[in-house]
Write a protein that binds this ligand. Structure first.
Ligand code: FMN
Length: 190
């Protein structure tokens, strides 16, 4: 799929057809997530792929989001902060969250590219998920990603306008400086 079209098509899907995604596609999406970026090239992520229907049901229960049990597959994204903290101090913890987010985002885009659907799930009881999947105490659960084929087609949510997210040169300056005048109508050039 064309890159722009993948970005435009990405949306959170919470209703899935009774057709399981291929585990090979899921591996491909994880491989894309692993392309980074990662601070100091330190990829501190591990992905747990879950196909067992019983485990999927239990996870949906723990998340209190029953729609998840219609996904034929879940990926649980975990990270550990130790090594990044050793390298970068307190900032290492921030880097860890940031690079997990970047990887999850790449994963979600690749899923769209392959004609699949997913949703970033971040609301769950960490303790219960950890216990169920035997995740070591030193790892953080960054997200759970249910994967399947979209069933009831939903509209993509409206996003913020480009201009409402941009300042020019300094905080709070909403206009592009006049000396760059060759592009006055800058928000419609795209
Ligand atoms: C950190 C994070 C946590 C989220 N947690 C959940 C969640 O627990 N359950 C859920 O249904 N959606 C969750 N979402 C998805 C958002 O609700 C969704 O991205 C938002 O409504 C915008 O819709 P869109 O993804 O279709 O553009 C989460 C998204 C992020 C980034």
């Amino acid at each position: 799929m064309e890159f722009d079209s993948v970005i435009k098509k990405r949306k959170s899907v919470r209703s899935f057809k009774n057709k399981k995604a291929s585990w090979k596609d899921v591996l491909e999406a994880i491989d894309s997530a692993n392309q980074g970026p990662f601070a100091n090239s330190n990829n501190n992520l591990k992905f747990i792929i879950i196909e067992e229907p019983d485990t999927i049901n239990k996870l949906a229960d723990e998340c209190d989001q029953l729609w998840m049990n219609k996904a034929g597959m879940l990926v649980v994204v975990t990270s550990e902060d130790k090594h990044l903290e050793k390298m970068f101090g307190e900032r290492g913890r921030i880097y860890s969250r940031q690079q997990a987010g970047a990887a999850i985002s790449t994963f979600l885009l690749k899923i769209i590219d392959m004609g699949l659907a997913s949703c970033w799930v971040g609301s769950y009881d960490d303790h219960e998920i950890r216990r169920l999947l035997k995740i070591p105490e030193d790892r953080l659960i960054e997200a759970i990603l249910p994967i399947g084929y979209e069933k009831d087609k939903i509209e993509k949510k409206k996003k913020k306008s480009l201009e409402s997210t941009i300042f020019w040169e300094k905080w709070d300056c909403t206009k592009r400086p006049e000396f760059f005048e060759e592009q006055k109508d800058y928000y419609s050039v795209r």
